[in-house]
Design a protein around this ligand. Structure first.
Ligand code: UD1
Ligand code: CA
Length: 470
């Protein structure tokens, strides 16, 4: 069977009140349209998926071009029926079409396959995927010829419901299978005689029935799968649904997630067994976490790879980093993009790092900035150490060898190299390279003035007495 899939994604999404096209809004960390394409691509190869674009067509195409789907433009968005009219040429060669909505992102591959199989088995010209969700307001309703039978008489949009029809609970999901031939034989007869003056694809149901074609409906197994996202509130509902499902999948694979309704885990994130995720953690993008890790509350990890037994304490912000086995970060550590943290490294509170490599077993436990730095292994970075990597124009590297001891509150003015085994005295400003195993002192020598404080107090006392006598 030659099967193509058409995804309608040209609409603006007026009800979102947003500058951004609806299908580019994200749930579960990905644009709506990417979710729809991902499920469709499990049913047919990407080249057999045709996306109808219109509003912000270029941005929409750019956001999904890498998936390998094809595009057709619907210049003016004159309704869902018109969107499919625009796909006529590009779908030549297919016997059947599955039509999906770019704003119905939770649809599962299995449901699409069930729709396809039912459609073929029923020898229908049009098969409608339906559902009975708790709230049906706003959706088109499906009128069956007889209750419990597959044959459909028509689809009625919310605004066209007669009072007697308002109780109808079976909704049109906006997802259909068509035999291509009867679809395009009749689609030219759609008329914009409705509340929005649009060409409604839903009118094809009644029209095909009148033409003597077979139109049937199949109910989706889970009504949540076919929910659409027309408003921000609906979008957030779907986001919650998708993330909860992700959390359930991870829990089934041995991950402990406390209060999963509070965590934000993107679809692409991987987590190993026996890892514990505390409430209000965020794991985003392509983050990968090993086994036996702990991610404490309020930490945000984006595109970050963690080995095994890594501990991320409270409120860390980590982006584009690699953190090896046994490392411990936080609370309140900030890794900006490009950091590599070696095995068993400790990064403590109020430490910020950027484009920095830190070797195994090294420690930077308090109040430090490491930017554009290479730190060896077994090195201790004292509290308050700053790599001065920027002179106002350019950035420079700081290289620190193995087993170095940097005394607290030192400023390392890059470019600078600290040889292995070297000591930097606390409070130093280091502007020159330090040889291996040397001690560098980069501060004024201390001067002690004996009795100075005592003498000063005595002077002050004497002055006070002199003034009260008068
Ligand atoms: C549509 C159905 C409704 C169904 C609901 C399910 C129609 C007339 N109504 O309503 O019966 O219950 O979906 O979610 O079809 N689009 C285009 N070009 C256009 C207009 C829309 O590509 O000219 C795209 C949109 O980007 C969107 C999809 O088609 O992805 C559905 O359009 P939308 O306006 O959201 O339809 P609904 O009002 O939700
Ligand atoms: Ca919709």
């Amino acid at each position: 069977m030659r099967l193509g899939i058409v995804i309608m994604a040209a609409g603006k999404g007026t009800r979102l009140k947003s500058k951004r096209a609806k299908v580019l809004h994200q749930i579960g960390g990905q644009p709506l349209l990417r979710h729809v394409i991902a499920s469709a691509a499990q049913v047919v190869p990407a080249r057999d998926i045709l996306v109808v674009v219109g509003h912000q067509a270029e941005l929409v195409q750019a956001a999904v071009r890498d998936t390998g789907v094809r595009f057709v433009e619907q210049r003016e968005q004159r309704g869902t029926g018109h969107a499919i009219q625009c796909a006529e040429r590009e779908t030549r060669g297919y016997e059947h079409l599955i039509v999906l909505s770019g704003d119905v992102p939770l649809l599962k591959t299995e449901t699409m396959l069930a729709l396809r199989d039912f459609h073929v088995h029923q020898k229908a010209a049009m098969t409608i995927l339906t559902a009975e969700p708790t709230h049906s307001f706003g959706y088109g309703r499906v009128l069956r010829r007889k209750p419990g039978k597959p044959e459909v008489a028509a689809i009625v949009e919310q605004k066209a419901l007669k009072p007697a029809q308002e109780g109808l609970r079976e909704i049109n999901s906006g997802i259909y299978a068509f035999q291509r031939k009867p679809l395009f034989e009749h689609i030219g007869r759609l008329r914009p005689t409705n509340a929005h003056k649009e060409l409604y694809l839903t009118d094809m149901a009644g029209m095909l029935v009148k033409a003597g074609e077979r139109v049937v409906a199949i109910e989706a197994a889970h009504p949540t799968e076919v929910l659409g996202a027309n408003t921000i509130a609906e979008m957030m509902d779907l986001d919650r649904e998708m993330r909860l499902e992700k959390a359930r999948t991870l829990m089934a694979a041995g991950v402990s997630i406390f209060q999963p309704e509070t965590v934000m885990i993107d679809g692409g994130v991987e987590v190993g067994p026996d890892t514990v995720i505390e409430p209000f953690a965020q794991l985003l993008g392509t983050t990968r976490i090993g086994s036996d890790c702990r991610i404490r509350s309020y930490s945000v990890l984006e595109n970050t790879t963690l080995g095994d037994r890594v501990e991320i304490l409270h409120s860390c912000v980590i982006e584009d980093a690699v953190i090896e086995n046994g490392a411990r970060l936080g609370p309140m550590a900030h890794l900006r993009p490009g950091c590599h943290v070696g095995q068993n490294v400790h990064i403590g509170n109020f430490v910020e790092a950027k484009k920095t490599r830190i070797g195994a077993g090294s420690k930077a436990n308090h109040l430090t900035y490491l930017g554009d730095a290479q730190v060896g292994s077994g090195t201790n970075i004292g509290a308050g150490t700053i790599t001065c990597n920027y002179d106002g124009v350019n950035k420079y590297q700081t290289v620190i060898g193995d087993r170095v001891f940097i005394g607290s509150d030192s400023a390392l003015v890059a470019p600078v190299v600290i040889g292995e085994g070297a000591y930097i005295a606390a409070g130093s400003v280091i502007t020159d390279d330090v040889p291996a195993d040397a001690l560098a002192l980069g501060r004024a020598r201390q001067v002690n003035k004996e009795h100075w404080a005592k003498n000063r107090r005595a002077q002050q006392e004497a002055r006070k007495k002199g003034s009260t006598k008068k």
